[in-house]
Ligand binder design. Structure first.
Ligand code: SF4
Length: 433
């Protein structure tokens, strides 16, 4: 540890900047009551959604983030069913080691198949009409965990279910089924720069998506209850300009500035992940405790400097992120990725209008001044996506047309060895071609 005193000071500063009132819990209070926060060992931060709850029947549990919602909509949509069932469903998944993202998609699919008359109780061994009850969830989870009956097919994951059962089964998949267990959340239809994050990453880039969804979610909260969040439209704009690099990044109705925003978000996320800074609290973009409510974009680089003794600023830290991103790109190209055909988005982005978003049911975004604009019903324009992609390639120092990295860019990032590898497979930009 190069500078323990500085690290302690930064630790205190992060805790103070991050301190805030708890967020609204999703459960009806008379059924499941929040009793406090429940931090991970030694973490002093107020993270997005990690809370302790007491249920109506007296159970004390900790629930967090997406896992809380694995069965929530179906329980809350079933008159007379207690919210405790939704709480227990998360616990059942934990006990049986079932991914809550995949489970959510499976339930959504079963529901759609049943309503369309494609699947019956006999075919599945489930009483699908009881969807939303505790016995239904227990039966489903147990048959998956033990690979019994229809559970054997489901246990392979929904994409393989689609491969096995064919196109009619696949036609009932929700857009969220993107190949990584979950994934189409916060799509480019509502938050434009997310199109680049999805197109350029080989997995659901949730830590990157959170920069946009979290900031927008706090702004949405302020719109419905100004006491609940300090993120006014002016704060949203100031945060966006500071963290995403340009004055136009805040305007989610135009593609201007979105390529730069995506590049900043990518670089920061790779650096943040390498520093083991938790996505549930970092970056600290917003603060309840600064005069302008804008967070601090320099904290991560100051922590890095205090720990390593290598003095680095925000831009310097982001360059490490850029290096990691370029290295990953090179590895992916070596493994067969091709920019033109693989830096793309799922078709639904261009064809299915967005109807609702987590933390933003009416899909609203800030407009000029105090105007509130809705993106409900919007799709992503193909030309807009193509323009953003070219801009992104160019900003990365890659060839804007082919999406191939340039030797000088990789050499400038200290990745000269990758150039030779990529030359062998003809996957480096060659200006003479
Ligand atoms: S911020 Fe991260 S490490 Fe801290 S309590 Fe929340 S989830 Fe745990």
């Amino acid at each position: 540890m190069a500078n323990p005193e500085e690290l302690k000071r930064l630790n205190k500063l992060a805790v103070q900047l991050n301190k805030r009132d708890p967020l609204m819990a999703p459960y009806p209070e008379e059924q499941v009551r929040r009793t406090g926060k429940s931090s991970c060992y030694q973490c002093g931060l107020d993270c997005k959604y990690r809370n302790a709850f007491r249920t109506e029947s007296g159970k004390d549990v900790v629930r967090k983030c997406q896992a809380m919602f694995v069965y929530f909509p179906w329980v809350m949509g079933r008159p007379g069913e207690s919210a405790e069932t939704a709480v227990d469903a998360t616990g059942i998944c934990n006990d049986l080691s079932i991914c809550t993202m995949e489970m959510y998609n499976i339930i959504q699919w079963l529901d759609a198949c049943y309503k369309a008359g494609y699947l019956t109780d006999k075919e599945t061994g489930l009483e699908i009409a009881k969807l939303g009850t505790r016995p239904f969830f227990e039966s489903l989870a147990n048959m998956i965990a033990r690979r019994e009956g229809f559970g054997d097919i489901l246990a392979a994951g929904l994409l393989r279910v689609g491969e096995k059962l064919g196109s009619e089964a696949r036609s009932h998949f929700a857009n969220e089924v993107s190949g990584v267990g979950d994934g189409a959340n916060y799509s480019a239809r509502e938050y434009l720069m997310n199109g680049l994050l999805y197109a350029l990453e080989p997995r659901q880039p949730i830590a990157m998506l959170h920069e946009i969804s979290w900031l927008t979610g706090l702004w949405v909260m302020h719109q419905s209850n100004p006491e609940s969040s300090p993120v006014t439209s002016a704060v949203f704009r100031a945060v966006a300009a500071k963290f995403w690099g340009n004055e136009q990044a805040w305007d989610l109705n135009t593609h201007a500035g979105k390529a730069e925003a995506a590049a900043k978000i990518i670089d920061r996320t790779y650096a943040k992940d390498s520093l083991l800074l938790c996505d549930s609290a970092w970056p600290i973009m917003v603060s309840w405790n600064t005069p302008d409510h804008v967070g601090d974009a320099t904290l991560e680089s100051r922590i890095y400097s205090a720990v390593t003794g290598r003095k680095t600023d925000e831009a310097g830290l982001h360059q490490y992120g850029e290096r990691i991103f370029n290295l990953q790109r090179g590895v992916l190209l070596r493994e067969g990725r091709r920019p033109k055909t693989d830096d793309v988005l799922k078709e639904f982005n261009f064809t299915d209008p967005v109807e609702t978003v987590f933390m933003n049911p009416d899909v609203i975004v800030p407009g000029p001044g105090e105007e509130v604009v809705s993106r409900k019903g919007k799709t992503l324009d193909r030309d807009v996506f193509e323009t953003m992609r070219k801009e992104f390639y160019a900003l990365r120092g890659w060839d804007a047309e082919s999406g191939l990295q340039k030797a000088e860019t990789l050499e400038g990032l200290g990745l000269a060895d990758l150039v030779q590898d990529l030359k062998k497979i003809d996957m480096i930009f060659d200006a003479t071609c």
